[in-house]
Design a protein around this ligand. Structure first.
Ligand SMILES: [Zn+2]
Length: 193
C-alpha cells in the first residue's frame, strides 16, 4: 500500500516536470521567433498600380523595414508625400482578411494617406464627395479598400464586426473606409473617392 502511494507521488512529480519542461521549451522557441504569429499583408494600389506583399509584424513586434515599405506604398498618390501610419491600421486590414476567410487574399487600395492639400482638393472638386474636413486619412489612420470577389456590403459588415474604429460604406464607388479613429459608422450614397 505504501509502495503504491509512493509510486503515485513519483508519477505526479514526473508529470509536473514534464509540463514545466514543455512550458520552458515553448517560451524558449518564442524567443527564437519560431512559434510567434506572423502578420502579412498583400496589397494592390489602384492609383499607382503598385503591389506589395509583406510580413510586417511577428508576435508583438512590428518590423521597421516592412512598416517603412507600407508607409511609402500608402503615400499620397497625388503629391507623393509619405506619412507614418498608425500600425494598428495594418492590424485592422489583417484582421479584416482573416475574418473574411482570405488571410492571403489581396486588398485593393483606393486611397491611403492624404495630405491636407489632397484632402482639400477632393473636397473642392465636387459639392458632395463624402470627404471629411478633418479626415483620418490626413492622420495616416485611414485607408479606403476593396477586396476582389467580396461584396462591398459584406466587407463593411466584417469591418463593423471588428469594432476597431470608423467604418464608412461607399456602395456607389464600391469601397469601404476603415480607420483606427473613434468607433463610428456612416454611409455615403454619392460618388466618393
Ligand atoms: Zn476614406
Amino acid at each position: 500500500m505504501l509502495s503504491l502511494r509512493l509510486k503515485k507521488v513519483v508519477a505526479m512529480t514526473a508529470t509536473a516536470t514534464l509540463l514545466f519542461g514543455f512550458a520552458g521549451q515553448s517560451k524558449a522557441s518564442e524567443g527564437d521567433g519560431k512559434v510567434e504569429k506572423r502578420f502579412t499583408l498583400h496589397l494592390h494600389h489602384l492609383h499607382t498600380g503598385e503591389s506589395i506583399d509583406v510580413v510586417y509584424r511577428v508576435g508583438e513586434k512590428y518590423l521597421p523595414d516592412a512598416i517603412e515599405k507600407l508607409n511609402y506604398f500608402l503615400r499620397d498618390h497625388r503629391t507623393n508625400d509619405v506619412s507614418q501610419y498608425d500600425p494598428k491600421e495594418f492590424d485592422l486590414l489583417n484582421s479584416v482578411m482573416v475574418k473574411l476567410g482570405k488571410p492571403n487574399g489581396v486588398i485593393d487600395i483606393v486611397c491611403g494617406y492624404r495630405t491636407p492639400w489632397s484632402n482639400a482638393f477632393l473636397r473642392g472638386r465636387s459639392a458632395a464627395t463624402g470627404v471629411a474636413k478633418n479626415s483620418q486619412h490626413m492622420q495616416a489612420r485611414a485607408i479606403d479598400i476593396r477586396v476582389p470577389g467580396v461584396q462591398t456590403r459584406a466587407l463593411r459588415d466584417v469591418a463593423l464586426s471588428l469594432g476597431s474604429g470608423g467604418v464608412g460604406y461607399y456602395p456607389v464607388s464600391q469601397f469601404v473606409h476603415v480607420d483606427v479613429g473613434p468607433v463610428r459608422k456612416w454611409t455615403f450614397s454619392g460618388r466618393g473617392d
